[in-house]
Structures are given as structure tokens and as C-alpha cells.
Write a protein that binds this ligand. Structure first.
Ligand code: PNS
Length: 160
């Protein structure tokens, strides 16, 4: 079995829910590549380098983790990493349709790569990067939802 998995996402910014998925995936896959996507459809708050730097700080010292970024097709990136698994977290039914489409498109593009879905932990299922940004932009505390390196950068962004 090829034991490399890619955990892709915009991660703008990463949350404790994302960290939980990454750590649980590492119990199954000995090597996990966290792939931060440029995602041309979105206008991120944090640039690619900042999003990568936050993951690096949070996962520092964890064995088997590589933090990286990519532009272009996810499936091409997965192949470039010699991985055969994509990890995605599911929070609610509302995530399902988009994830279902993406998994099938990716499978059609390359059937040697499988998508694995993991249920977001129950403490995290209601948290999204979007709502975290909204609370932070209005001066609210986001300590419960994102790790300290992210809290710090959100404060810097919003001048709080
Ligand atoms: O965190 P997100 O924004 O839901 O992540 C989505 C992501 C980045 C994994 C996805 O948009 C992506 O990798 N896009 C790259 C383009 C691509 O491969 N599209 C085809 C799959 S439908």
C-alpha cells in the first residue's frame, strides 16, 4: 500500500477542526502532506505563505507531516507527491454535495487515487474558517476555535 495521503484545502485560516482531522489521519497514514491550495475561486485573507507558515508552526515536531502548497489541479498535485489518497473532513450534510462532486471528478480524472472522508470531531463540527474570520474581524475572541499562531495572525490582520 502506498501510505502517503494528501490533506488539501484553502485553510484560510486552519482551525482546530482541521488539526483534529490531520492528527487522526496520521494514525492511519504514516505520511501526510498538508497541501494548502491557492484556490483561484476564493480571495483569501491570508496569502499562501502565511497559510503554510501557520500549519508549519502548529504541526512542528509531528512525525510524518509535510506542509506544502500547490496551484492547479488537486489530482496532479496528489500524483506529484506519489500519493494515492486524498483526505477530506465532513462537518455537516451541507458539505456533502460539493465533496461528492469533487470526489467523483477526481476519481474520473485518476481512478488510482481514492478520497477518504473523515467526520469532523463533535467539538468542531460547527466551526468554519469563514465564521472564525467574521468573529475575529468584529473583535471577538476566537481562542476556542483556532490555535495560538492563528489567533496572533488574525489579531495582526484585524488590528485588534
Ligand atoms: O478548503 P476548500 O476551499 O474546500 O478546498 C478545496 C480544494 C482546495 C481542495 C479544491 O478546491 C482544489 O484543490 N481545487 C483545485 C482545482 C481542482 O482540482 N478542481 C477539480 C476538483 S473538482
Amino acid at each position: 500500500m502506498n501510505a502517503v495521503a494528501v490533506y488539501p484545502g484553502s485553510f484560510d485560516p486552519l482551525t482546530f477542526g482541521h488539526v483534529d482531522i490531520a492528527r487522526r489521519a496520521l494514525k492511519i497514514f504514516p505520511k501526510l502532506v498538508i497541501g494548502v491550495s491557492m484556490n483561484v475561486k476564493k480571495f483569501p485573507l491570508f496569502d499562501l505563505e502565511e497559510r503554510v507558515a501557520m500549519w508549519q508552526e502548529v504541526m512542528e515536531g509531528e512525525a510524518g507531516v509535510e506542509v506544502d502548497s500547490y496551484v492547479g489541479l488537486l489530482i496532479d498535485y496528489v500524483k506529484s507527491k506519489r500519493a494515492r489518497a486524498i483526505i477530506r473532513g465532513l462537518r455537516a450534510v451541507s458539505d456533502f454535495e460539493y465533496e461528492f462532486q469533487m470526489a467523483h471528478m477526481n476519481y474520473k480524472l485518476d481512478s488510482s487515487v481514492e478520497t477518504f472522508f473523515m467526520m469532523t470531531g463533535q467539538e468542531h463540527f460547527y466551526v468554519s474558517s469563514q465564521t472564525v474570520k467574521e468573529v475575529a474581524s468584529l473583535g471577538g475572541s476566537v481562542d476556542a476555535w483556532v490555535p495560538p499562531p492563528v489567533v496572533r495572525r488574525l489579531k495582526e490582520k484585524y488590528g485588534k
